[in-house]
Ligand binder design. Sequence first.
Ligand SMILES: [Zn+2]
Length: 352
Amino acid sequence: MMKAEDQQQWKRTFFSELPKVELHAHLNGSISCNTMKKLIAKKPGLKIHDQMTMIDKGKKRTLEELENVSRCFRLFISLLLALKNFNAFGLSLGPLHQHYQYYVHCFYYQVTKDVIKEFADDGVKYLELRSTPRRDNATGMTKKTYVESVLEGIKQSKQENLDIDVRYLISIDRRGGPSVAKETVKLAEEFLLSTKDTVIGLDLSGDPTAGQAKDFLEPLLEAKKAGLKLALHLSEIPNLKKETQVLLDLLPDRIGHGTFLNSSEEGSLDLVDFVRKHQIPLELCLTSNIKSRTVPSYDQHHFGFWYSIAHPSVICVWDLSYESIDYIFASDSTKSELKRKWNHLKPKVLHF
Ligand SMILES: [Zn+2]
């Protein structure tokens, strides 16, 4: 029999060698504890405690607490930018480039590159990153330059020949309301045309209690017409049946979480039937749901329900990982290319 530590090692190797598709990665939420610690260590004077900006292994937070973590993270970034502390990433800035916008650009593209590198190291072969464009008057960052910084990070990772195909879904944060959503759709349409298949879709996310689904219908419909794919967070908290149906009526290309779609709430069978009838794939994030306490334990996770009815679900063990390829937003040629890669790696992975 294998010793406990050998078993641990075997698991680690198997899961990192298993090729993976990652379709639900929020850029800021994917920054590793290592990157954050590296940043914080450079500025101990800021008195920012680790726990304010990250969730370490084995820790859990409620959605509300997570919101605070994310607020602290944004505050931390603003402080960091204001202090011009770019040495954190080992960037040496010549006098020619000493103006804010350039710093901000470097910061975000470097964070993007770090995140992509870590996903690639984990065996992710295809990644759809999502992030809300931010504006920051103090540093001169516009939503457009924010998107450009992320795209630059993606481009540089490609130039370094990392074995990972990365696409970008621009996020609409519900807290911004319909006017910001419209602005975001316009920006996404521009980048859909100019980036040739890197910006390929839109994500609707943020506090699920902020605003109403109907506020976002017009911009989301417009996005759909323009050819952007839609990945919508929905049914993340209970008792939002009407709200959920409004978003489902848009026939999104994928559903983020859908935690309470199949809950025992009266009539929610309609929602399940609708999602099944239209075969809308679900992006399921077990660790995220446990950490944010929207699901009490792994055995009670809604993945079990959807898997038992053979509904398209995106999660990572071999068959599921392979089938996830069918639900990515990139073109059929990318799908064939990924399937070829999976089949090539199969003998090696299944050997473990
Ligand atoms: Zn999410």
